[in-house]
Design a protein around this ligand. Structure first.
Ligand SMILES: [Zn+2]
Ligand SMILES: [Zn+2]
Ligand SMILES: [Zn+2]
Ligand SMILES: [Zn+2]
Ligand SMILES: [Zn+2]
Ligand SMILES: [Zn+2]
Ligand SMILES: [Zn+2]
Length: 255
């Protein structure tokens, strides 16, 4: 028990962040949405957002001249005595074959956007946010008349003291003098009886120590409960003494 506890709002530091410091432009975020893009991306110009570009190798036609017949569609076959012109097998006499670069599809993936149709926004470098110009990304106003630049104002919860009255203190301060005196006397009576009780318990524990130092098996209470019971009584005595000190303090404040 204590009359005061650490202020939960400022954590006992007596001051809190100044609310008036927050940059009104970005509401303290330090950044704003990039107006030039959609979530950090803009359409790819290189392919006009199609994801593909015309094939270079075939100039977008899908086919290239057949190398075996040099585009003629026929080849000359020589035997021992005569030459014969026959259709080119490679291109089936067409003179051209499917473009090896685009497999005849006339287009290839856009290398600029990797076929995704969109590229990173150069303005925000893909982050989709731009630094707030007003506060230069710091989230706070450069000048503030509330805290004169310290960024801190006294905590209103504890009025800058860093501590708050406990419920116990409020209860005591709301009590009459008679009530306080009787509360004090009741604790005084309890506290006066405890030292004898504690020493009696200690004595009992010592006797058990002697008894179970031999072949006798100790009951469970001997190991854990007895020492703990003594400890609880000691804590009770300590609490009573603290409460009496608190009551005394409040009595002195009042009368
Ligand atoms: Zn506080
Ligand atoms: Zn401020
Ligand atoms: Zn091609
Ligand atoms: Zn051919
Ligand atoms: Zn592209
Ligand atoms: Zn952008
Ligand atoms: Zn700002």
């Amino acid at each position: 028990m204590s009359l005061y506890e650490k202020c939960y709002r400022c954590g006992g530091s007596k001051s809190v962040k100044c609310e008036a410091c927050i940059c009104p432009e970005c509401e303290g975020l330090g950044k704003r949405d990039c107006p030039g893009c959609d979530r950090g991306k803009i359409p790819c110009e290189a392919c006009a957002s199609k994801g593909t570009i015309p094939c270079d190798v075939c100039a977008g036609t899908g086919s290239v001249s057949c190398q075996d017949c040099v585009g003629k569609g026929i080849v000359t076959k020589k035997t021992w005595i005569l030459k014969k012109e026959v259709p080119c097998l490679t291109c089936s006499g067409e003179g051209h074959v499917d473009c090896p670069a685009c497999s005849g599809s006339k287009t290839v993936s856009c290398p600029t956007c990797n076929a995704s149709r969109r590229v990173s926004c150069p303005q925000c470098e893909g982050s989709s946010h731009l630094k707030c110009q007003v506060c230069d990304g710091t989230s706070v106003q450069s000048s503030c008349d509330q805290c004169s630049g310290s960024r801190k104002v006294p905590c209103s919860k504890c009025k800058g003291s860093g501590q708050l009255e406990t419920d116990w203190a409020k209860k005591l301060r709301g009590s009459s003098e008679d009530r306080l005196r009787s509360e004090y006397e009741r604790r005084q009576g309890d506290a006066a009886r405890l030292p004898q009780k504690i020493s009696g318990m200690r004595q009992e524990l010592r006797e058990m120590d002697d008894e179970y130092n031999g072949p006798n098996v100790a009951p469970d209470s001997y190991h854990g409960e007895m020492p703990q019971m003594i400890w609880l009584e000691e804590a009770k005595l300590q609490r009573l003494e603290e409460e009496m000190r608190d009551i005394e303090k409040v009595l002195n404040e009042k009368w």
